[in-house]
Ligand binder design. Structure first.
Ligand code: MCA
Ligand code: AMP
Length: 505
């Protein structure tokens, strides 16, 4: 049996040329393909010294850096399960992830080490190392004198490579378990479907703690042996300055609306570009059209989720239609179904269900949640409302799940409502997403006081500051005497969304 380790697949594809550049950090640092085996092998050896064996978890909450990518590759080599966390999560949120995943090793930023080390100790984590944005810190220091391992741990196709946490409708985050085969199949399909070329240059401005920036973008580049212009974050000015060197960019819709706001973003900026890809949130048809008028490029929109990587994509050669997410990727099956999982006639709306080699195996230690989201025939219920045209083209028309997507980050209203409802003087609350010109949707809270204590927009905002990551915090809080309800007593969020739809206009 050959080794299904995803790292082995990448290694096979690394260019022979010792000067082939992988990560070209705009800060000036570089990582060549020829250095990856030794440098990731060294981290692998260190992980081994720290007791990491196949199947052990390694949780990582660090800034984007060359070393962070090497740490991911080292975890793959070690057969360890990589668990990246959003850098915006507060210590309070990190505590949950550590307790839930019980990692052997936790890597955090030097700035957060003092606050997080006791939390990690409480969760039983035996080793905590720091890693800074320029690669500095205890992890790098500990590598001095460590001989690189040459091993790539043997794994079976269904063994886990990563767990990515995605919030749940109940407010508790669920860890989606992704195997080496899940990741490998999706990477290979995207590489082919998007006609990836070895001379492609990818402009990478996404965070590397989510599927989009970590798997979709980096895996395509690794399979192509391509150069990556590596940016710590999306800074529109820096992106415009670097685009002339690039051929491919992947982004969330906010990237595209921010680019269009800049008069110095022109057809010339994009002269060397081959492909702009958008996903993680709906791209407005208006943005699609405006982008084409400005640059001559039709953005290729695709659709995916943490549990399955990429699911559908507009075609590379065929028509890229604004407002649609294209066709199920090769090997991926998609159907639009009613509440019983029966396929509805083409053109009608229902919930999108999927199956295929990209679909995760379940939520970490949550068999009941897993069972709820799969049909008995093994299809996964995405929770996205869609329609499928006669030719198989999919349009996402809404969400059956109560989810807000802000700037490409998911925010689950339940989690925010639970925090607000705990505050003194609050009877109940409802959190909604309404149109926001920059983030697509902006988070808004409507709070009903019980009269026992003073409650104001400022007091709610202040109380949430240390409890929730910044991107989850309501951008506005409104005080109301009651929430609109239907005859069943259920809060009518659609009524609230209508009332507040223009507040960010
Ligand atoms: C930052 N802020 C946000 C967000 N990002 N608020 C709401 N939503 C956000 N997404 C807050 C900051 O904390 C700050 O708050 C204020 O907004 C302004 O920050 P700014 O400097 O403008 O933010 P930024 O650093 O420019 O970030 C915006 C961003 C970033 C570039 C859109 O959020 C981003 O990179 N998003 C990409 C997310 C992503 O990769 N999603 C993929 C998920 P204050 O001023 O109060 O401190 S994977 C996925 O969904 C599936 C698989 C898929 O299909 O891809
Ligand atoms: P996540 O849990 O972060 O992986 O987010 C996945 C969700 O993002 C999906 O279930 C969709 O609701 C949404 N999504 C991703 N791509 C698109 C897209 N192109 N259009 C509309 N929604 C999208």
């Amino acid at each position: 049996m050959s080794n299904a380790n995803l790292y082995a697949l990448f290694l096979e594809r690394f260019p022979d040329d010792p000067s082939a550049l992988f990560l070209d950090d705009v800060g000036g640092r570089r990582l060549y393909y020829s250095e990856i085996p030794r440098r990731s092998g060294q981290i692998h050896a260190l992980l081994h010294q720290l007791g990491v064996e196949k199947g052990d978890r390694v949780v990582v909450q660090v800034d984007k850096s060359i070393e962070a990518v090497l740490l991911y590759l080292a975890c793959l080599r070690a057969g360890a399960i990589y668990i990246p966390l959003n850098t915006a999560y507060t210590p309070n949120e990190v505590a949950y992830f550590l307790q839930d995943s019980t990692p052997r090793v936790f890597v955090c930023t030097p700035q957060n080490k003092a606050a997080l080390a006791p939390i990690a100790a409480k969760a039983g984590v035996s080793a905590v190392l720091s890693l800074g944005a320029s690669g500095e810190g205890e992890l790098t220091d500990a590598l001095a004198g460590v001989a690189a391992s040459e091993q790539i741990v043997e794994v079976a196709a269904d063994e886990l490579a990563a767990i990515l946490y995605t919030s749940g409708t109940t407010g508790r985050s669920k860890g989606a378990m992704l195997s080496h085969a899940n990741l490998a199949s999706n990477a290979q399909v995207l590489f082919d479907y998007w006609h990836w070329r070895s001379d492609d240059v990818l402009l990478h401005a996404l965070p590397i703690f989510h599927v989009h920036g970590l798997f979709v973008a980096l895996h395509c580049a690794l399979l192509g042996g391509s150069r990556v212009i590596f940016m710590a974050r999306f800074d529109v000015g820096k992106v415009i300055a670097k685009l002339p060197e690039a051929s491919v960019m992947m982004g969330v819709p906010t990237f595209y609306t921010r680019l269009l706001e800049r008069p110095d973003f022109t057809r010339e900026t994009c002269a060397g570009m081959r492909l702009f890809i958008s996903g993680s949130a709906p791209l407005l048809a208006e943005t699609h059209r405006e982008f084409e008028a400005r640059t001559g490029h039709r953005i290729l929109e695709r659709y995916g989720m943490t549990e399955a990587g990429m699911i559908t994509s507009n075609p590379y050669d065929g028509e890229r239609i604004a407002g649609t997410v294209g066709f199920a990727l090769p090997g991926v099956n998609a159907r639009v179904a009613d509440e019983h999982g029966r396929e509805v006639p083409r053109g009608e709306t229902g919930v999108l269900e999927i199956s295929g080699p990209n679909v995760f195996s379940g939520y970490w230690q949550m068999p009941d949640k897993t069972a709820e989201e799969f049909r008995s025939d093994g299809w996964f219920i995405t929770g996205d409302i869609a329609s499928m045209a006669g030719d198989g083209r999919v349009t996402i028309v809404g969400r059956a799940k109560d989810l807000i997507i802000s700037g490409g980050f998911n925010v689950y209203p339940k989690e925010i409502e639970a925090q607000i409802d705990e505050l003194p003087g609050v009877r109940e609350s409802a959190v909604i997403g309404v149109p926001h010109p920059d983030f697509g949707e902006g988070v808004v809270a409507v709070v009903v006081p019980d009269g026992s204590a003073g409650v104001s927009e400022e007091s709610v905002v202040a109380a949430l500051r240390d409890r929730l990551a910044r991107f989850k915090q309501p951008k506005r809080v409104f005080i109301a005497s009651e929430l609109p309800r239907n005859t069943m007593g259920k809060v009518q969020k659609n009524v609230l969304r209508d009332s507040y739809q223009d507040i960010f206009a």
